[in-house]
Design a protein around this ligand. Structure first.
Ligand code: ADP
Length: 537
């Protein structure tokens, strides 16, 4: 028997299993109709006419009572059960994701492609005697395309895709989680039987797969669910073996139970990280190709600006810019719209408060202070925008980012961050000789960095190095604590002095930026650069 015929027969079998009730009803109805037709033909003409005359009434009575019964049946049975135990398993997506839609994460894609090839060649593999992989673990931050890639694997391998989130396994009621696991595997096995394979995608596997807690009370349900999951994974054999489980987690794989990571379970891992510069550019190009954009929009510059952004965030930026362009009655998306979209996503919606003239001026000096320190002293970061329009919880902002991805911070960068944080305070002090409580969050930031530099990273000018935060405070002597705190204060004072010297020296630039901000409220990178150039910076 050829393969399509076999697959057809299997699908038919499953269809019959699923719809046996309806099939029986139709059969019985057909038999009754045939019998009554034969009976009618045997009657004499008067009886036949009288039977025919009564028929509409009978049919009406039957329909009404049938409808009432069906209504009660459906609302009681399904309504009640539906509420009790709604199945959250999502079946086959109508929107198919292909490999070509997954952009900018080439390494992960390559590994995924290998999986697809194995799936396509599984008959050959089985003939050799090899075993198909059972579980794949995708690890990476949210929004980087784990679900997306899993869907693409299913599409390319031509397999049905069932998905469920790990959190849906962890219910309050004992047994529900485990029964959901059984259900999804049952469904997958049937797909494997009819379609030759199936992919189960479990999002947030860490919700069930955490190291099992053998304690009383909480955690018991999660344990049951996890045990059930392990049992089901081990129980897949023969043709059912073509069920592949892909699980995703944002958490470090270290939190997962070792039993899950054993060979034969999730023994293959695909790491998906945030895209690099090149990846971001590709993703931007991809999503901008779907909308109308200004020809002059500089994608590579945007890619630089979108440092650390995930594909999902980039997609969101493009969507948001389209919305803004539409609202502004623009034909195409330009730089301004994208910039506004990024800002809105990052900093929240503008929220103009009525400030007094003095408050506005204070804010303008404060932000100009941050800006100048950042521009002149920071080794790795660029300013993208400065604004004195208030938002959610800030009166103004200097938006800056590293020029390229940085994965570690050296001493210079950390010091520069402290100086930038102090810039606002110093500017207020220089201009007004009094300062505001607007410095609270800056101070928090500066203190946090300086403290970590000394207490954790051995970057302070103290007699001690090492991570003192791992030692219980009671075990650190007062002398050492004092020494460390002094070193922290030294860092802050050193930065304060440098910033004060700088801003006093560049007082003209400070006044100029404050004035520009009061006039324009917002300054973009280009405008800022022009002004600094005027002063030879
Ligand atoms: P995760 O599962 O890692 O949290 P998703 O796969 O749900 O992230 O991604 C969310 C959305 O972001 C996807 O639906 C897709 O539109 C977009 N996306 C994510 N990664 C990519 C990518 N590599 N290329 C294109 N779009 C992507």
């Amino acid at each position: 028997m050829n393969k399509t015929m076999k697959s057809f027969l299997r699908k038919l079998k499953i269809f019959m299993e699923d719809h046996w009730l309806i099939i029986v009803i139709i059969l019985v109805a057909s038999i009754l109709i045939v019998l009554s037709t034969i009976g009618m033909s045997k009657l004499d003409s008067y009886a036949r006419i009288s039977a025919l005359a009564n028929m509409p009434l009978w049919i009406l009575v039957m329909l009404v009572s049938g409808a009432i019964t069906a209504f009660i049946y459906v609302s009681v049975l399904f309504g009640y059960m539906g509420r009790m135990q709604k199945s959250k398993i999502k079946t086959k997506d109508t929107h198919k994701v292909c490999f070509k839609d997954v952009i900018g994460i080439d390494e992960a894609k390559e590994e995924a492609w290998e999986v697809v090839r194995l799936l396509i060649d599984r008959t050959r593999l089985q003939n050799i005697g090899g075993k198909l992989l059972r579980g794949i673990l995708m690890v990476g931050p949210p929004g980087c395309g784990k679900t997306y890639l899993a869907k693409a694997i299913a599409t390319e391998a031509g397999l049905p895709f069932l998905s469920i989130a790990g959190s849906e396994f962890t219910e309050m009621f004992v047994g529900v989680g485990a029964s959901r696991v059984r259900k999804i595997f049952k469904k997958a096995r049937r797909y494997a039987y009819s379609d030759g394979g199936c992919i189960i995608f479990i999002d947030e596997i860490d919700a069930v797969g955490r190291v099992r807690a053998f304690s009383w009370g909480g955690g018991q349900e999660t344990n049951n669910t996890l045990n059930q999951l392990l049992v089901e994974m081990d129980g897949l054999q023969g043709e059912e073996g073509d069920v592949i489980i892909i699980a995703a987690t944002n958490a470090d794989e270290g939190v997962l139970d070792q039993a899950l990571l054993r060979p034969g379970r999730f023994d293959r891992k695909i790491y998906i990280d945030r895209p690099n510069l090149e990846g971001r550019e590709q993703i931007l190009n991809y999503y901008f190709s779907k909308v109308k954009r200004d020809e002059n929009l500089d994608i590579s510059r945007l890619a630089r600006k979108a440092v650390y952004k995930t594909p999902a965030e980039i997609e969101n930026i493009v969507k948001e810019s389209a919305l803004i362009a539409a609202r502004n009655k623009k034909e195409v998306i330009g730089h301004k719209e994208v910039s506004e979209a990024m800002e809105r996503i990052e900093l929240g919606i503008k929220h103009r408060r009525k400030m007094t003239v003095h408050e506005r001026e204070m804010t303008a000096y404060h932000e100009a202070g941050h800006l100048i320190v950042l521009y002149i002293l920071h080794p790795t970061d660029d300013v993208f925008k400065t604004s004195i329009i208030s938002r959610r919880n800030s009166l103004g902002v200097v938006h800056h980012q590293p020029r390229e991805e940085i994965f570690t911070n050296d001493q210079n960068r950390l010091m520069a961050n402290v100086k930038v944080a102090l810039g606002g305070y110093v500017a207020e002090k220089i201009r007004f000789n009094v300062t505001s409580d607007g410095v609270a969050s800056d101070f928090k930031q500066a203190m946090r960095i300086a403290h970590a530099m000394v207490w954790q990273f051995g970057m302070g000018n103290s007699d001690h190095i090492g991570d003192y935060t791992v030692i219980p405070e009671t075990e650190i002597s007062e002398a050492i604590k004092q020494n460390l705190n002094e070193a922290t204060n030294q860092i802050l004072q050193k930065c304060l002095k440098e910033v004060t010297d700088l801003l006093t020296k560049e007082r003209k630039i400070l006044d100029r930026f404050a004035k520009e901000l009061l006039e324009k409220e917002e300054l973009e990178y280009d405008q800022i650069e022009v002004i600094f150039k005027e002063y030879g910076k």
